[in-house]
Design a protein around this ligand. Structure first.
Ligand code: G3P
Length: 224
């Protein structure tokens, strides 16, 4: 399972890519607004920082507008993927953009039927929203699992991108049920790599090392 960062904060992306685990980025209008600055400059900068796909979402809600915006977003960098909402207009835009060779990520997927239709329309990625489903008492990871099973049974090549990830257990569960990608905020990526016993273990190793060195130095001084 690949790890994407769900952010438009360039400094976060720069920091995370240095660790060698992040292969792509997803943004949405909320994240772009939060990042501030000129959206096109921000997207171009992000596209240079990561080797893989960078999802940039359209704002238009009609198919014609989505296609127009999608073409423009895709022209900003080779690795930009057009993110389109799961609506009838979004499906039409997905179909039209895919026929032009532009990769599309269909977002705001909350049930397996939507994922199946997105795949049939030509989406390269579908984004089931795990956390937002959990928030309303449904089973977000269960949805990811069902979509993965359907795509495998139907031999659909559309990639399952688990989104709206809120904590490390979501990441582990998404990997376990076979998601192709999980996209997560920087805070979750940081939580994923930490454990208090790792920190305590390292502190202990260093303390033991220093104590032994101090002992050796004192013994050598006593011999002189
Ligand atoms: O980018 C889409 C998704 O990951 C948003 O997550 O936390 O706003 O539900 P969240």
């Amino acid at each position: 399972m690949e790890i994407f960062l769900d952010t438009a904060q360039v400094d976060e992306i720069r920091r995370a890519t240095a660790w060698g685990v992040v292969t792509g980025v997803t943004t949405n209008p909320t994240l772009m607004a939060r990042a501030g600055g000129d959206p096109e400059t921000v997207l171009k900068t992000i596209a240079q920082l990561v080797p893989g796909p960078v999802s940039a979402e359209v704002i238009a809600t009609d198919a014609e507008g989505m296609v127009r915006e999608g073409r423009h977003l895709a022209s900003l960098a080779d690795n930009i993927v057009v993110k389109v909402p799961m609506t009838p207009a979004g499906l039409e835009a997905t179909h039209r953009l895919a026929r032009e060779g532009i990769r599309v990520n269909v977002t705001l997927v909350f049930q397996p039927g939507q994922a199946l239709l997105a795949a049939r329309a030509g989406a390269t990625f579908v984004s089931p929203f795990v956390g937002r489903l959990d928030d309303v008492g449904e089973d977000g990871i269960g949805l990811v699992e069902e979509i993965v099973a359907i795509f495998r049974a139907q031999r659909l090549s559309t990639r399952v991108l688990a989104a709206s990830i809120r904590h490390p257990r979501h990441v582990i569960a998404a990997a376990r049920v076979g998601a192709d990608i999980a996209t997560m905020p920087m805070a979750v990526l940081e939580q994923l790599m930490r454990h208090p016993l790792t920190d305590a273990g390292l502190a202990r190793f260093l303390a033991d090392w220093e104590a032994a060195r101090k002992g050796e130095t004192e013994a050598a001084a006593a011999r002189r």
